[in-house]
Design a protein around this ligand. Structure first.
Ligand code: PRP
Ligand code: URA
Length: 209
């Protein structure tokens, strides 16, 4: 059964308030999304494997813990997921990045795939799928299904704002995938937007509306 973790850290909640504010322009929106992604990466990677290594300080030899070298991949769902990649790479610079392009058909709200480019060894990597928004859950669930078809086994989903409907949908289809979110909002409106939400994440990131 998937685990849902709301990372309600004060710094994340504070920055999310600015991200939600309709008066926040694209430049600040982009910077804030990157910062929140970096803060969330700290929690999402809490259980990565460690290995003991011997190093030498200026004083003596000692044993320390370092990341075990298990390979990670960050997979943003285009477009809006792109806004979270650089923040994550600041903390995990060795991660590879795969891209899955999906857009929601405005009428049906069904995700439509238009791009997929993944690291060759995606089946050997621990994967963190990133997208600012989990609304109906259709886009995230499809992206995860695609990754599983390519052999991916260990997948986490990292979201800034999730609707209860989207969480339930992903949990039903992918009960093995843990979900990390900055906030769980109230509901979806009749157009499939998260309420209170932040509006259209892609448009706000890239200034397309
Ligand atoms: C947004 C968002 C998610 C999706 C969430 O992308 O970034 O991918 O909607 O909605 P869902 O949970 O109902 O599928 P959008 O389709 O607007 O594309 P964009 O990122 O290119 O703007
Ligand atoms: N996609 C967005 O960008 N915002 C929403 O509220 C729902 C889906």
């Amino acid at each position: 059964m998937s685990k849902v973790t709301q990372i309600a850290h004060p710094l994340i909640l504070h920055k999310l308030a600015f991200i939600r504010d309709k008066n926040t322009g694209s430049k600040d929106f982009r910077e804030l999304v990157e910062e929140v992604a970096m803060l969330m990466a700290y929690e999402v990677t809490r259980d990565v494997q460690m290995a003991e290594v011997e190093i030498e300080t200026p004083i003596c030899k000692t044993k320390c813990k370092m990341l075990a070298g298990k390979k990670l991949a960050i997979v943003p769902i285009l477009r809006a997921g792109l806004g979270m990649v650089d923040g994550m790479l600041k903390l995990i610079p060795a991660a590879k990045v795969g891209h899955i392009g999906l857009y929601r058909d405005e009428e049906t709200l069904q995700p439509v795939e238009y791009f997929c480019k993944l690291p060759q060894d995606i089946d050997e990597r621990d994967i963190i799928v990133v997208d600012p928004m989990l609304a109906t859950g259709g886009s995230a669930a499809d992206a995860i299904t695609l990754l599983k078809k390519k052999g991916a086994k260990n997948i986490k989903l990292m979201i800034l704002l999730a609707a209860p409907e989207g969480i339930k949908y992903v949990m039903d289809i992918h009960p093995d995938v843990d979900i990390y979110t900055g906030a769980i909002d109230e509901e979806l409106n009749e157009n499939g937007y998260i309420v209170p939400g932040l509006g259209d994440a892609g448009d706000r990131l890239f200034g397309t509306k």
